[in-house]
Ligand binder design. Structure first.
Ligand code: H2B
Length: 101
């Protein structure tokens, strides 16, 4: 079991995570990625899904055409943990490879 991050620790982690912010009304972090088209959005999701499955930590996400809205939290502890931060970093890296920040 990983430790739920404090409000301070969440803020510190988010400083280094471009585009991610805290959700309101729930302990989670979120980012909306906008790609060039559906093909790139779905390519991002396919790559991110492999990372998620490998680490047994899965995103809540919604895709409409070229936009992917992602919410990350660790359900087991009802908050944000290093597992969310790590997946958020991996998603940023994948998006960057696809030419999107
Ligand atoms: C049993 C299994 O490890 C858990 O259900 C995992 C699976 N994927 C998960 N993903 C996320 N985002 N949060 C979790 O708490 C979580 N728990």
């Amino acid at each position: 079991m990983v430790e739920r991050l404090s409000a301070e620790a969440r803020k510190a982690a988010l400083w280094e995570l471009a585009g991610w912010s805290e959700t309101s009304g729930r302990e989670a972090i979120a980012k909306t990625f906008v790609f060039k088209d559906f093909n790139e959005a779905f390519g991002f999701m396919a790559r991110a899904a492999l990372v998620a499955e490998k680490s047994d930590h899965h995103p809540e996400w919604k895709n409409v055409y070229k936009t992917v809205e992602v919410v990350l939290s660790t359900h087991d502890v009802g908050g944000v943990t290093k597992r969310d931060i790590d997946l958020a970093k991996a998603m940023n890296a994948i998006a960057r490879q696809l030419g999107v920040s």
